[in-house]
Design a binder for this molecule. Sequence first.
Ligand code: AMP
Length: 221
Amino acid sequence: MRIVLLGAPGAGKGTVAKLLTEYDGSVQISTGDILRSAVKQGTELGLKAKTYMEKGELVPDDLILEIIEERIKAPDCEKGFIFDGFPRTINQAQRLKELLKSMNLKLDAVINLDVPKEVILDRLTTRRTCSNPDCQEIYNIKSKPPSPDGRCLKCGWPVIQREDETEEAITKRLEVYNEKTAPLIKYYMEEGLLHNIRSLSSEEIVKEIIKILSESGNKTC
Ligand code: AMP
């Protein structure tokens, strides 16, 4: 499958993307995870992205498109990819369309995870993330806690609250989402690719996405 998961921070894109990868071998491409890993490793990309990320602002489109182009040309993307947190602006969406066209590819669907604002705020403040750059498993202190001593159940690294998940940064990220990313819903509706899903359960959302893809004739479903 080649899909985009749209939705505010905390809508559940990462969790849904991870579940979908188990379905047909498509890979998850999370620009947030790639950037956090680069910051942690102190690479040139990480140094450029760090200040934007800490403030909850968007990293410039040129940097993001460079990451995406390199990533989707990698051999493991042949079976498909699930974009999680990309595109975030109309310009990124237009440039993605051109890039895919140059590779003779196109998106199968764009899924908008439509989650009420109160749920988003609650999820973001209670969310914790594994600090291992290669794992980044997501936890929630209420619904999916890590081990009693605060470690990742998968890899054993400490589970932390992300720097951009303070109340101030969350408010900023939601503002940026409303201003820059929410317009993508209309953009993809006009492209005839948008499907809105309102469910709160990741398993239900995954089932719905598989159904949408099989109805639209995706051969891998
Ligand atoms: P996320 O984990 O997707 O919420 O991303 C965390 C942060 O990384 C965002 O607040 C942005 O600073 C940056 N980021 C991730 N993806 C993008 C993107 N597609 N465009 C611009 N900035 C991004």
